[in-house]
Write a protein that binds this ligand. Structure first.
Ligand SMILES: [Cu+2]
Length: 125
């Protein structure tokens, strides 16, 4: 039942978003209301993200020279969300359907990247 409501809400949000943009969805333009995060070799910008709890969209842009991803973990180390691997010059949208208020961490989990600086903090309020 709750899942049905969530799906219905998602469909509504999608239709609203498409009404404004003409129904794009190519993946290269930033969705309305999303949080943009730029990935380079080897850091996230910004590395200190603040979002509202609930449904959160991250627009991930890879301006680096190698592939990157973004993995959100809770304070106790559980994976909350994981983006696809973004190739250099590409972008993707990572949607977290129901992010609870709290403090999180995020990293790029490609080998060695987090150690070289690809990590940050995420606060949902
Ligand atoms: Cu990386």
């Amino acid at each position: 039942m709750r899942r049905g409501v969530l799906v219905a809400m998602s469909a509504l949000l999608l239709s609203l978003a498409c009404g404004g943009s003409g129904g794009g969805g190519g993946g290269s333009s930033q969705p309305a209301g999303s949080t943009k995060v730029t990935m380079t070799d080897f850091k996230f910008d910004p590395s200190d993200l603040k979002v509202k709890s609930g449904k959160v969209n991250f627009f991930l842009v890879n301006n680096g020279g190698v592939s990157h991803d973004l993995v959100v973990t809770s304070s106790d180390g559980k994976t909350v969300a994981r983006s696809e691997l973004v190739q250099p010059g590409n972008s993707t949208v990572l949607t977290v359907d129901n992010l609870a208020a709290g403090d999180y961490k995020f990293i790029c989990d490609q080998p060695g990247h987090a150690d070289q600086g690809m990590k940050g903090t995420l606060t949902a309020s």
